[in-house]
Design a protein around this ligand. Sequence first.
Ligand SMILES: C[S@@+](CC[C@H](N)C(=O)[O-])C[C@H]1O[C@@H](n2cnc3c(N)ncnc32)[C@H](O)[C@@H]1O
Length: 367
Amino acid sequence: MRYIGNKTRLLPFLLSTIERLDLAPKTAHDAFSGTAAVGRALKAAGWRVASSDLMTYSYVFQRAYVVAQRSPSFAALRAGDPELRRALRSPSFRASTAGTGALGAITEYLARWIDGERGFIGTHFAPAGGRMYFTQENADRIDAIRRRLHEWWSSGLIEDDAYYVLLAALVEGADRVANTAGVYAAYIKRWQANARRPLTLKPEIPQRGPRGASAHRADAGVVAASAGEVELIYIDPPYNARQYAGYYHVPEVIARGWFDAVPVLRGKTGLVGSAGQQSDWCSARKAGAALSELLAATGARHALVSYNSEGLLSERDLRDVLARAAKFGTVKRYSRGYRRYRSDSDRVGRVYQGDRVRELLYHVRLR
Ligand SMILES: C[S@@+](CC[C@H](N)C(=O)[O-])C[C@H]1O[C@@H](n2cnc3c(N)ncnc32)[C@H](O)[C@@H]1O
């Protein structure tokens, strides 16, 4: 997913730094999980991962990419949903899904066989609601798929892993056809080419990893305190004033799926209430204290901290906080330059310094 701070492109740098530090895979806490890109890479490298983030869509990614261990069989669903059973038996459906496995067949059914229907997204985030985040057709499809997933899950026809794998595919698929420049703080007033394409679902087959991985929709400090002793905490906080709750409210709404108590929407972009999701790390005044508290709360032996050279905390303040928490007072810094993520281009709390940004990775030994 297009996401501010997504570390996918920096994974080789992060993993090679972990190797340079000679850290053998044990338990790691990916404290600001976002897209779960880091958690899933650590899982693939043999780490048992606990991950956390304030946002619900991140919890969905954590469940799909870090916690889920095997491809779902959908046996109960096939037995319990007569409409699906009819589709699965039809020759044209069988022809179009031959060789795709159970996950491929259910995906095809959701993406192409069920009709679109008007729901929360179609009513508020598409032309019917005066907004242009999605074409009406894609919005109605998102609603239909979201409701179907909710029904299957709440009636016990699909297990948690299957639910989160499909829901993650829906959030990512919706992002691919969102009529935005990458963040949802505004929609574009003319339909972009990506938004005109029909919604597609591309679920990822869960990969096996060490048992005992966990996902949390919670504050990093709270999860750090309850996780106990871990080998590594990876800290990748927001580094500017932009609250993720305001920039990604549409994926948040899809992930939460409002079916009963419908929220009140605010303003042109249809913001939803984000109580408990406003981050102290987005405040220059509070970010330093938030970092010291997190370092005090974690039971990690090592901390790796990603921070951007244009972040709210100056390098000096960051180093001071890290040095105070370090067992021997030593802070090591690793850095790599990369090209700026294009939709970082809005102006809130951001100073332009050309097209390249330095990504900084700090290491401290905590105990
Ligand atoms: C820079 S992004 C992390 C990106 C992530 N490493 C990735 O590769 O996608 C920062 C994340 O921190 C989350 N966040 C902000 N404050 C938080 C807090 N107090 N506890 C946990 N997560 C928080 C945001 O929701 C956002 O997903």
